[in-house]
Design a binder for this molecule. Structure first.
Ligand SMILES: C[S@@+](CC[C@H](N)C(=O)[O-])C[C@H]1O[C@@H](n2cnc3c(N)ncnc32)[C@H](O)[C@@H]1O
Length: 520
């Protein structure tokens, strides 16, 4: 399975995935609260999901979530596990009415309390609520489990923690005495302690992402810390396993999974969530990172048309439901096969001419002569040719082959396989706000996007370079306005706009800042 980010309702998307294909699922669904912060992105997809959960009380919410957890259960391998993140609003209901029912109470492993610092200034009559619950269930007794112990740094660390003096037994083995309860004291051998490591319990003290964390913080309230996901992924999976997050949000799970060499699959109904996740993954990529794809509802012509040819061919064959022909590439110019086994050829161009049809006809014959003859006899297509558009010559040639030789070639335009839309436009204006005491120039950048479907967000890369591609520092800017202080120098800045469908356009601004600002 290729690493994938998918825009859509997770229920629908999960229904299309094969059973027993996932090793670990982490989900952080919107909690059952009617607070405003539950709406993070505020885009169409999220609002729809919000209304979906909110059209009834707790029963409705539980029904909404249960349906999805049922699918997750189907997707998990028998060795798989699930970690469900929730809080006091619904945790009791979720455990009893969803997890115990679907996974079985016997497969309950832990209720992890994620305890965080930070003061909420609660004035109501209750004590401070400062933990979330993460329910850990496995699908069966055979579930994969990696004990998450950290090794002691040194014997000294262990001894210090125990506040004991080291003693030596009759075999010269070092030990310390430890309380075993009820006034009993037992020997803890240092060699065993070193081997076993620091035990981890079910209360995890991990700080929330704070406002000053410039590296990790994206700027939406429910973003989870990477450290939390790191632990979960290490407990429930090994390298090469597949991790699914059906409520991926800003992509914490998949970013960590990627770093820990797991395959990943993320789903979110919000365009903003999918795009922030994509940028976050992209920002951390190196030349050695595994490829990933992003599935939207619509695609724009330019991005597809100018995509790497090889990547495009495989992608469109798969979108059509076929299998791409990676091994035999080059052989006869066949790029894949349909589900029924018919050869597929992809042309990443427009206005395909007559000669392409004739070449394809011979390629099909050479590729699998028996199949060719069989289909011809049965009046079935001998192959499928995919292109952006076909010219008049090609269409006439297909008709001629059918009438004169009884050979049927199926022509398919890319647009018939994936919906295509017009991508947005973006322009940027800059305003000089003056010079500060250090001689830096303060500049206001205003990006204005245009799209028939409406603009979702902007991202900014303050140090753009073509080789590395777009690696923005500001991932999520809903307004498109940024103020920067720039010292005298040359700058290449890129802003990317995303519309309601997730389609994008980028504008690159070259600036020279010294006595004044000069746009090159
Ligand atoms: C609490 S956030 C997840 C935050 C994430 N763990 C992180 O660290 O960034 C919940 C996410 O679920 C998404 N969501 C809500 N309903 C959904 C649905 N039916 N299908 C897919 N995603 C959904 C929301 O758009 C939101 O991004």
């Amino acid at each position: 399975m290729e690493n994938e980010l998918v825009l859509g309702d997770n229920l629908e998307i999960m229904r299309q995935l094969p059973s027993e294909s996932i090793d670990l699922i982490y989900l952080d669904p919107p909690f059952f609260s009617n607070r405003n912060y539950e709406v993070i992105w505020g885009d169409e997809g999220e609002i729809r999901s919000f209304q979906d959960r909110w059209s009834g009380g707790i029963d409705h919410y539980i029904g909404w979530l249960k349906e999805r957890v049922q699918e997750m259960y189907r997707l998990l391998k028998p060795t798989g596990s699930i970690f469900l993140h929730c809080d006091w609003h619904a945790d009791a209901y979720i455990r009893v009415h969803i997890l115990d029912k679907i996974f079985g109470a016997e497969n309950f492993r832990n209720e992890i309390a994620w305890h965080y610092s930070g003061w909420n200034k609660q004035l109501s009559k209750h004590i401070e609520r400062r933990h979330d619950s993460i329910f850990f269930y496995s699908k069966s007794e055979d579930s994969y489990f990696e004990y998450p112990a950290r090794k002691w740094d040194s014997k000294e660390e262990y001894i210090q923690k125990r506040k004991q003096k080291v003693q030596v037994d009759e075999n010269n083995r070092e030990y310390v005495l430890s309380d075993a309860g009820g006034g009993q004291r037992v020997r803890r051998y240092l060699d065993e302690a070193m081997e076993y490591g620091v035990p981890l319990d079910d209360v995890w003290d991990i700080d929330k992402i704070n406002n000053s964390d410039k590296v990790e913080r994206i700027g939406y309230p429910t973003q989870k810390p990477e450290k939390l996901l790191e632990r979960i992924i290490q407990i429930g999976s090994k390298e090469g396993d597949i991790v699914l997050d059906p409520f991926v949000g800003g992509g914490t799970t998949i970013v960590v999974a990627d770093r820990l060499n797991r395959h990943w699959f993320g789903i979110d109904q919000s365009v903003q969530a999918v795009k922030v996740s994509e940028l976050r993954i992209y920002n951390k990529r190196t030349l050695f990172s595994a490829p990933f794809s992003v599935k939207l509802h619509k695609y724009d012509y330019d991005t597809l048309r100018y995509k790497d040819a090889f990547a495009f061919e495989s992608w469109i064959v798969e979108q059509y439901g076929g299998t791409s022909n990676i091994k035999q590439r080059g052989d006869f110019g066949i790029d894949g096969r349909t589900r029924e086994g018919l050869p597929i050829q992809v042309k990443r161009s427009d206005n395909i001419g007559r000669n392409v049809i004739d070449n394809f006809r011979s390629a099909c014959e050479r590729f699998d002569q028996n199949l060719f003859e069989k289909n011809k006899k049965a009046n079935q297509p001998i192959g499928v040719l995919i292109a952006f558009t076909f010219g008049k010559g090609a269409i006439e040639e297909v008709a001629r082959l059918k009438i004169e030789q009884g050979i049927i070639i199926q022509l398919l335009q890319v647009e018939e396989i994936v919906p295509i839309a017009k991508k947005p436009k973006v322009s940027v204006t800059i305003r000089d706000l003056g010079v500060d005491e250090k001689g830096n120039r303060e500049i206001e950048f205003t990006a204005i996007g245009e799209s028939d479907s409406g603009i979702e967000m902007y991202s900014w890369d303050w140090d753009y370079n073509e080789v590395n591609g777009f690696k923005p520092e500001i991932l999520l800017d809903k307004e498109g306005v940024q103020v920067r202080k720039l010292k005298p120098d040359g700058y290449v800045i890129a802003v990317r706009v995303f519309d309601n469908q997730g389609l994008e356009a980028t504008e690159i601004i070259r600036l020279k800042v010294n006595g004044k600002i000069k746009r090159l």
